[in-house]
Structure formats: C-alpha cells, structure tokens
Design a protein around this ligand. Structure first.
Ligand SMILES: [Zn+2]
Ligand SMILES: [Zn+2]
Ligand SMILES: [Zn+2]
Length: 75
C-alpha cells in the first residue's frame, strides 16, 4: 500500500528541525488504487482494491550540522 512519507531533518548542532515536502511512496500492488501497477479502468475498484493510503510515516534523521538558516547567518 502506498503512503506519504514525512521527513523532518533534525540538525543537532543548533537543535533546529526542518520539514521537507511530503513524499509519496508507491507500492507495486495491483489491488492498490494508487499503485503504478494498478489498472487504469479497474472494474469494481471500490470492492477489490485499497481506496486509501497507509498511515503516513514520520522520519526524523539526525544530521550533525547546522540547519540551512543557521549555517547562512554564521558565514
Ligand atoms: Zn499502494
Ligand atoms: Zn482498482
Ligand atoms: Zn539552526
């Protein structure tokens, strides 16, 4: 099933977090409405296929750097 991935970079040098634009992660299931493998004119789609995405996944990598804003003002 497809889902949205939300990435928030945490910059440990200054402690700030920066949200990145949401990214859609695609699966390859034929019975998922949002999958690239899903048929375009799928008959009985609402009965046979997933009509919604999985719960969004939050991902927060820690980066040992200053955030872009802080690294600009410190230069
Ligand atoms: Zn999917
Ligand atoms: Zn379908
Ligand atoms: Zn910062």
């Amino acid at each position: 099933m497809c889902y949205w991935r939300r990435v928030r970079n945490i910059y440990t040098r200054c402690g700030h977090g920066v949200n990145l634009p949401e990214e859609e992660i695609k699966c390859d299931l034929v019975n998922c409405k949002f999958s690239p493998a899903h048929r375009q004119n799928c008959p009985n789609c609402s009965q046979t296929c997933w009509q919604y995405r999985q719960y969004p996944q939050q991902y927060s990598p820690h980066i040992d750097r200053l955030c872009p804003t802080c690294s600009n003002t410190h230069r």
